[in-house]
Design a protein around this ligand. Sequence first.
Ligand SMILES: Nc1ncnc2c1ncn2[C@@H]1O[C@H](COP(=O)(O)OP(=O)(O)OP(=O)(O)O)[C@@H](O)[C@H]1O
Ligand SMILES: [Mg+2]
Length: 236
Amino acid sequence: MNLFSLKEVSRDYLNGEVVTSALRGVSVEVKKGEFLAIMGPSGSGKSTLMHILGFLDSHTGGTYLFDGRDVAGMTDDELAKLRQDQVGFVFQAFNLLSKSTVAQNVMLPLVYGGLTVKERHTRADNAISAVGMEHRRNHYSNQLSGGEKQRVAIARALVNNPSVIFADEPTGNLDTKTGTQILDLLAELHDEGHTIVMVTHEEEAAEYASRILKLRDGKMESDTQNVNRRRGGYKK
Ligand SMILES: Nc1ncnc2c1ncn2[C@@H]1O[C@H](COP(=O)(O)OP(=O)(O)OP(=O)(O)O)[C@@H](O)[C@H]1O
Ligand SMILES: [Mg+2]
């Protein structure tokens, strides 16, 4: 079964009298375990598409089925549960709490999960190890380098063991070497079975994906398989 199934999905923003059509009839089928890169010019609808796929925003037209279920028919509670259990987000600006430690940041998504403190620590430690940041567990996030912050942001996205990891320009603020480490890490998570959806402007980053979607003016311009994708060689 397809994990994401979109038919003619649109997203209109209404501000007063002005309508902005961020997405104009996007249709795409995505299976579990794919690694998607979403590319396209600024304003083409990449973030909008990612936010809709990850239940942070709602489409205004067409149909979106997640794992066979019609998202438009879901209650707020059902959507909140999907957000909690199924998806992890990595944002370009990291969005870490600077006065909290690495471990506290990574534990944040677990607050509403009904776990004991001990279980939360165990889960957080596993996620921190998965990104090779054990040695910085108790550092404050404002004491970390950009690449380290991004690894912590990925650990936070991983802590609920989501089926899908969304990353909006995860290498946008990093130098090439650090960016490569982050891409290798995403490739490793993909090898472990996670579905990855990454927005990027960089051709080099898109080479890691198994499939590349290009948007233009809110429409799908191209959809290509990337058979020779680059593989991770990231050493912790
Ligand atoms: N809340 C909003 N209200 C009105 N228009 C919006 C809103 N959010 C986004 N848009 C518009 O929708 C279009 C798509 O925006 P989106 O953020 O998806 O672009 P993007 O492809 O991610 O661009 P970038 O590469 O610059 O991040 C843009 O024209 C944007 O101005
Ligand atoms: Mg964007």
